[in-house]
Design a protein around this ligand. Structure first.
Ligand SMILES: [Zn+2]
Length: 150
């Protein structure tokens, strides 16, 4: 099932209004399970800011959209790194910001960061799946715990 539109690539990179830099918005509506986008790029060994991990040793860079996806702890998309497809996890409306869970593909992040997504399951500090919080993250989480206890 594709989108009900004839726009060849109904995605748009934009500056997000929440101060997290660039994001990707869908210009079309999708149903859960739809392939939203097929991506391509340059696959190499280097981990960089907008790369995504393909397997244990390789990262993809120079992608048109997926390098700019925002993180969400309860995301509306996932990346299939064997078929190079972005798949909708939920129904998506035209205009929605597309999100993925960075820890679903990345062992290590180029840079860990605080998360303010609205998910009930928000992890507050985002790391790769194979690493713990760095010193900044541990301090941030400790501060949050104090504020919650107060
Ligand atoms: Zn979050």
């Amino acid at each position: 099932m594709g989108p009900a539109t004839d726009i060849a690539e109904p995605l748009e990179v934009l500056e997000t209004d929440c101060g997290y830099g660039l994001g990707v918005r869908s210009l079309a509506a999708w149903r859960a399970g739809d392939v939203v986008h097929r991506f391509s790029g340059v696959v190499g060994a280097e981990l960089k800011q907008h790369t995504l991990q393909v397997n244990e040793h390789l990262h993809i860079s120079g992608t048109r959209y997926i390098g700019y996806l925002s993180h969400g702890c309860d995301p509306n998309c996932r990346l299939d790194m064997s078929s190079f497809e972005m798949v909708a996890l939920k129904d998506i409306a035209a205009g929605d910001l597309l999100t993925i869970d960075y820890a679903a593909t990345e062992d290590r992040l180029f840079r860990q960061f605080a998360c303010h997504c609205s998910a009930l399951t928000c992890r507050r500090w985002i790391t790769g799946r194979a690493e713990g919080a760095d010193a900044e993250g541990r301090a941030y989480l400790a501060r949050l715990a104090l504020e919650t206890a107060a």
